[in-house]
Design a protein around this ligand. Structure first.
Ligand SMILES: Nc1nc2c(ncn2[C@@H]2O[C@H](COP(=O)(O)OP(=O)(O)O)[C@@H](O)[C@H]2O)c(=O)[nH]1
Ligand SMILES: [Mg+2]
Length: 390
């Protein structure tokens, strides 16, 4: 296997930092199996023994191992195997499961793609059934633990199980697949080429692909999910936190309006509490120092500030790069309508000798209810504009 530096790989910004140890096999296979690896040298010989059985049984395949420069003997292991249908891509200066999978997909030549772990938790023997499901019309196929016939090897810790289930439930807004976390995936080459806005972050490239390729007919093929025999899992706490971020990104991509309006409305609701609380505090502390009118104005100003900062962060995330002062001025202008309603209701109730916190709450409630939809539409259209590229 000679090392060959890649300089012209399509869509591959990382290309100059990787080496393909090519097998120079001129035959175009019908199936490409992508195996991302990080420190999996010991798993490779048994993995290739089992994939080799598929190859020997007549399946036209290539395997692309995408290793993030593990330096644990992976290159040597691949050299020892010396399989004409296997390639190793070593990426340098880059880590990440999803981006490794995308690197492998770009290099793949088959019409059908399978992505699997190196650690033998995914049985290669299930691959023919997965390919058959695709041939029969599935857009996407998942090797699944959670469908009849599927199972998980005993000894999977309870925590690990809960973890997997919680992650699956969080994926519910996007797919009803029972085991979209398994990491054992298959699809036709054109499905991922059709994908828009692929975001190679995180660990769950399966979920990303199902959503971004808009795959509807996802079929689950039952597998027995084995416990890894060699090496360690890379599913760290950091990776799990990144998953939350990934789900949020997918939500924002798939439902941009709702994922803006819902936080906006909730922040508006929180503003009511902030406003009433401020009025109560001012009433207790500033009564001799500041007139009631000024107290109300101060409370309104601080509440606008509260709403603005949270809205900018959570409801209009895409406009965080724009000038904050310009946005703040625009936001205040947009707030003027409900704020005016709020101010008059509050001061009118105070004149009516109701206690100020209750007055504040009622004023804010009416103002917010009247303003929330109006404000959101106007803020979105004028203050927090979406740039065409985001
Ligand atoms: N290239 C690459 N592969 C990775 C990375 N993280 C994990 N992998 C591989 O992705 C597969 C799944 O990872 P694993 O640690 O088994 O995760 P788990 O199955 O969730 O415990 C394995 O083959 C890993 O070697 C990474 O940062 N880069
Ligand atoms: Mg694993």
């Amino acid at each position: 296997m000679g090392g060959q530096d890649v300089t012209d790989s399509r869509n591959a910004p990382e290309a100059s930092d990787m080496t393909i140890h090519d097998s120079a096999n001129p035959m175009r296979p019908s199936l490409s199996i992508i195996v991302p690896t990080y420190e999996e040298a010991d798993s490779l010989p048994p993995l290739f023994a089992r994939i080799g059985d598929l190859h020997d049984s007549g399946l036209s395949l290539e395997v692309i191992v995408v290793d993030d420069d593990s330096r644990d003997g992976t290159e040597q292991a691949m050299r020892n195997l010396a399989l004409p249908w296997a390639r190793l891509i070593t990426r340098r200066g880059q880590r990440g499961l999803s981006s490794a999978v995308l690197t492998g997909l770009r290099a793949a030549r088959g019409d059908t793609m399978i992505v699997m772990d190196a650690d033998l938790s995914h049985p290669p023997e299930a691959i023919p059934a997965m390919v058959a499901a695709l041939d029969q019309g599935a857009d996407f196929v998942v090797g699944s633990r959670y469908v009849p016939g599927g199972s998980t090897e005993d000894g999977w810790g309870v925590l690990r199980w809960i973890n997997s289930k919680v992650a699956t439930v969080m994926a519910r807004p996007f797919t009803t697949v029972k085991d979209c976390m398994s990491g054992f995936l298959g699809f036709r080459a054109d499905a991922w080429q059709r994908a828009v806005d692929l975001d190679p972050v995180g660990y769950k490239i399966g979920l990303e692909l199902i959503v971004k390729c808009q795959c509807r007919n996802v079929v689950e093929v039952p597998i027995h999910f084995s416990t890894r025999q060699h090496g360690e899992s890379k599913l760290t706490l950091k990776v799990q936190i990144q998953y939350l971020d990934h789900v949020l990104r997918l939500l924002r991509w798939k439902h941009p309006k709702w994922s803006s309006f819902v936080p906006f409305a909730l922040i508006g609701l929180s503003g009511i509490g902030v406003y009433a609380g401020l009025l109560a505090i001012f009433g207790a502390l500033l009564d001799g120092l500041l007139s009631t009118d000024l107290q109300v104005i101060l409370a309104i100003a601080l509440t606008i500030g509260w709403n603005f900062l949270w809205d900018r962060w959570l409801a209009f995330w895409y406009a965080r790069g724009d000038s904050i002062w310009r946005q703040f001025i625009g936001f205040m202008a947009v707030c003027a309508v409900p704020v005016a309603i709020n101010y008059f209701v509050t001061t009118w109730l105070v004149d009516d000798r109701m206690i100020a916190p209750a007055a504040g709450a009622i004023g804010a409630l009416i103002g917010s209810a009247a303003g929330v939809v109006f404000n959101w539409f106007v803020a979105r259209a004028i203050v927090f504009r979406r740039r065409s590229s985001s």
